[in-house]
Design a protein around this ligand. Structure first.
Ligand SMILES: Cc1cc2nc3c(=O)[nH]c(=O)nc-3n(C[C@H](O)[C@H](O)[C@H](O)COP(=O)(O)O)c2cc1C
Length: 201
């Protein structure tokens, strides 16, 4: 049975390098026989997290919808743009809200703990979003208890990294992306099997 992977481009910008990386991940995951859903955070607008807003109005419906979208996938790939050497407000705010969703009878942060995550980034500079990827790893692993696979893809000089077919021009980078996604599929399958076993026990 094919593994379900959710792909989240972390940028809403027209012509986003990270949206391009996410689109390439969708193509490669499909070639690896995964069942892929790509979303846009444009469809899940959220206010900046504020505890008073949450106390007054509860968690916004879009955070609940996004959490439910994550719940029906065994793996998640997030393409992380980098702002000021860290994760962008859009991605951090999205994770913060989703971390506040707790449905009836559910353990805290269950949606992060019961699936595998992989991270990538693309940036015009020489670091390729590396610092954003590291910051996001901290948020997901340390903050939310997620399993984030060690493999990642950082695409430096993103304005010239993609060829005319929207593939990565550097064959080593293309290979690293494929390896990372194959590992994501493998780990998603394992995590999915162990969480199903826990539900059945
Ligand atoms: C406020 C701000 C800070 C930025 N800081 C960094 C940075 O620290 N490192 C970096 O590689 N790029 C930085 N950039 C450039 C972004 O990586 C670049 O805008 C990139 O295209 C954003 O990703 P996207 O193309 O997916 O939208 C910054 C951009 C903005 C607007």
């Amino acid at each position: 049975m094919s593994v379900k992977i959710l792909v989240i481009p972390g940028s809403l910008r027209t012509g986003s390098h990270n949206a391009r990386l996410a689109a390439l991940a969708v193509k490669e995951l499909t070639l690896l026989d995964a069942e892929v859903t790509r979303i846009s955070l444009q469809d899940f607008p959220l206010p900046i997290y504020d505890a008073d807003t949450e106390a007054r109005a509860g968690v916004p419906g879009n955070a609940v919808k996004l959490k439910q979208m994550m719940s029906v996938h065994e793996g998640v790939f997030i393409a992380c743009p980098e702002y000021n050497a860290s994760v962008t407000p859009l991605l951090k705010n999205t994770i913060d809200w989703v971390s506040r969703v707790r449905e009836r009878g559910e353990a805290p942060l269950a949606v992060f703990k019961n699936r595998a995550f992989a991270l990538g980034g693309a940036s015009p500079n020489q670091f390729g979003g590396m610092r954003s990827i590291m910051a996001m790893r901290q948020v997901l692993e340390v903050g939310c208890g997620a399993l984030v696979i060690p493999e990642y893809i950082a695409v430096p000089r993103a304005n010239e990294a993609f060829d005319e077919k929207d593939d990565l021009a550097d064959p080593r980078a293309a290979g690293a992306l494929r390896n990372m996604l194959a590992r994501l599929i493998e780990m998603s399958r394992l995590v999915g099997m162990t969480s199903n076993a826990r539900v059945m026990a």
